[in-house]
Structure formats: C-alpha cells, structure tokens
Design a protein around this ligand. Structure first.
Ligand code: IMP
Ligand code: MG
Length: 180
C-alpha cells in the first residue's frame, strides 16, 4: 500500500463483487432497450470498462467530459462541458456512469442537459456515493458503495491526476492534500 493512503476501503475482490451486482441489475432493467452508458471522464473510465464487460444485453457506450473540480478537493459548482456527446440521444435510454457522487452538482447538470435533448429515460449509476456531502437532491438509481466524508482515490479516482491507476479504493491521508 502507498504511504499516502491511510486506509483501503474496497479491495479488488470487493470492487468486482459490487460491479457484478450492478451489472446484473442493469442487464435485467435494460434488456432489449439498447441503452447508452455515458461515462463521465476521466474518473469513470476504470469502472465503465469493468461494468460494460458484465452487461449481458446489447448496449452502446459514450463519454462526456466536464470541468468542475480544477485541482482541489471540492467542487467549484460551476460546470462546463469540455467534451459533448457525439450522438443524438432523442428517444434513447441513457445511463450516466460515474465514479463518485459528492455534491451532486455535476450529475444534476448533466441529467438536465440530456433530458432537454429528449432522451427517453435518464438514470445514474455511480460506483461510490458520499450522501453526506450533497448540495442538491440527487439519489443514484444504481449505487455501488456508500462511503463516509473522506477524500478517496484509486480505481479511476484522482487527486491532481494522481492515483487513478490504483486497483483499490483508498482514503487519501489529509496531509497529502492539506496545506498546499
Ligand atoms: P460533484 O459534482 O460534487 O458530485 O462531483 C463529482 C466529481 O467530483 C466526481 O466525478 C469526482 O471526479 C470528483 N470527486 C468527488 N469526490 C471525490 C473524491 O473523494 N476523490 C476523488 N474525486 C472526487
Ligand atoms: Mg469524475
């Protein structure tokens, strides 16, 4: 384990177990609907890759990129789209795939954005959820693990672009990001 990681929250086995559960539920709910899984870059890329490989019905994937975080540990609340969808979502079943929901601002914005483009349905699948930090009402339709109010990294999640490659989810020690 890296020195900057205080505690491992979910190891590879626990991650795999949860991914299979989520994929089974999605497969059931979206059978023959040809859903579009929309990953929010960059954090979701590892979860997205694991998730879709467990989906057992036809589906498509797409990605969007938004900026809200800058380099800190807290959402700025101002969201801008850096990479838009390159497809027509009208009449489609959209499932946003996220690494983590914190304030909820990013997804609330994106759900409105896609609903305005006349998607048939818009749902959210987030691997992690920090409900205690919510600034806006948003409950993920599919949720992996609920976690306490701590800054976590690994399994796609970063601090200043670092740690996305860790195969586990761990709590970053506060001294690794405080007083900078
Ligand atoms: P929200 O708009 O505040 O819900 O922010 C969601 C985004 O913030 C996530 O997609 C992550 O990129 C980032 N984020 C929130 N909490 C954490 C964390 O604990 N570690 C790493 N990134 C985080
Ligand atoms: Mg993200």
């Amino acid at each position: 384990m890296l020195n900057e990681i205080g505690e491992i929250l979910f190891n590879e086995r626990e991650i795999d177990m949860k991914v299979r559960e989520l994929a089974a539920a999605l497969t059931e709910d979206y059978r023959d609907k040809n859903p579009v899984f929309v990953g929010i870059l960059k954090g979701s890329f590892v979860f997205m890759a694991d998730l879709v490989r467990r989906i057992e019905t036809d589906c498509e994937v797409a990605f969007m990129s938004v900026s809200s975080y800058g380099s800190g540990v807290e959402s700025s609340g101002r969201i801008t789209i850096r990479k838009d969808l390159e497809m027509d979502v009208e009449g489609r079943h959209i499932v946003f795939v996220e690494d983590i929901i914190d304030s909820g601002m990013t997804l609330a914005y994106l759900m409105r954005y896609v609903a305005n483009r006349n998607a048939a349905t818009v749902k959210v699948c987030s691997f992690l959820d920090k409900p205690s930090r919510r600034k806006i009402k948003l409950v993920p339709d599919y949720r992996g693990y609920e976690i306490p109010d701590a800054f976590v990294v690994g399994y796609g999640l970063d601090y200043n672009e670092k740690y996305r490659n860790l195969p586990y989810v761990g709590i970053l020690k506060p001294e690794a990001y405080l007083n900078r």
